[in-house]
Design a protein around this ligand. Sequence first.
Ligand SMILES: Cc1ncc(COP(=O)(O)O)c(C=O)c1O
Length: 421
Amino acid sequence: MLSRAVRNNSLRAFSRRERNNSRNNSWKDVRCCFSSIHELDPNQMQITNIASPSQFEFKPSMLFGERYSDHLLSADWVRSEGWGAPRIEPFDNLSIHPAASSLHYGVQCFDGLKVYRGKHDDKLRMFRPIDHAKRFAHSAARMTMPAIPPEVLVELMERFIRHDKRFVPNDPDCSMYLRPTMIGTTAKLGVSPPESVKFFTIANPCGAYFQKGLRPMALLADPTYVRAWEGSAGGAKVGPNYGPVMLPQQLAHQKGFTQPMWLYPTKDGDYQITECGTLNLFVLWKKPGSSNEVELVTAPVSDLILPGINRLSVVELVKQDAAILSETYGKITLVERPVLMSEFCAALEKGDVFEFFGTGTASNVVSVDKMHFNGKDYQIPVDPSDPNAGAGPLALRLRTLMTEIQNGTRANHEWAPVIET
Ligand SMILES: Cc1ncc(COP(=O)(O)O)c(C=O)c1O
């Protein structure tokens, strides 16, 4: 075992590396920073089947979180011993000590990704599993928990999906959501890194996010509440980022908005636009100060911005596939830089904003048509040629491209590897 001083030093070095990595939008080399005597080994999987398999008939009306598959994927880690064998076992409540650090200090992390059934070939595909697994490793390390090597997590999830494949909806608009999670289980009230953790994954077959058709979002930009700040864990997917945003979310809903829009105050009294709800944001506008250059701008990944997998996909699609996207707007340049509220509102007032949209696993690519800020309502264009459009032309084009990759219509795409069943 490593001495405490060596372990702390390696953890500090890891955190520094991670900060730089996340600043550079690179999650490479995220590796377990602990001396793990037993590695997590998918080949040691122990399977216990549920005694009476449940009746399951998928309905597109099934809501997010309404129904789970019959089994649970899990594994336990103890600092002095490393990982136990992974298990697929009947879905059940967890038994956890009331003093566990996840219950008191939010020592936990999670990720969320989807499994799709091929529209034409019935094959199962996860969307960008290795990228989700890298982010999960980064989130675990941020919470002083063991980072599962990304390729190991992907292999574990593939085995789990194979086992519960009958729960993957046979509807191209629907999917089975996977929630890999890690929680600190150490039964000690002291505030210190966990000596033991539980990793588990649950699977949730669910219907389309937009049950009544694609609709734009209305955002409430209220600077009272800040989601993340420089030095926070806002770039990791950890429970402590989510509990505190439920109040501003509830207040936004009560005022008739779809989501809160997250702002970060600057030193000179302005605000950076960071994210909205659980989505990254993109502005398509006439580049400020230019005559007719069209820019798609999104905030760079930092402590303020979760490195969304759909954000990354849009960035890469626009960079690689500019021709496909240029049908409506001509050449679009992708720029990663913070957008200030002052310049966004000024561009809206001048009519220089063409589209504003969010990206996330739950809803894919979603346009915004309204924003309220500082006592003022702003109308945001969606599709000037169609007043009833559910999404803007670029948002819709990107949404369609991503959906085609996910459901295998664009066969053999590297972002959606087939799970051999
Ligand atoms: C705070 C936050 N921002 C952005 C996203 C979008 O990330 P992704 O595209 O990986 O779903 C999510 C969802 O995971 C989120 O929770």
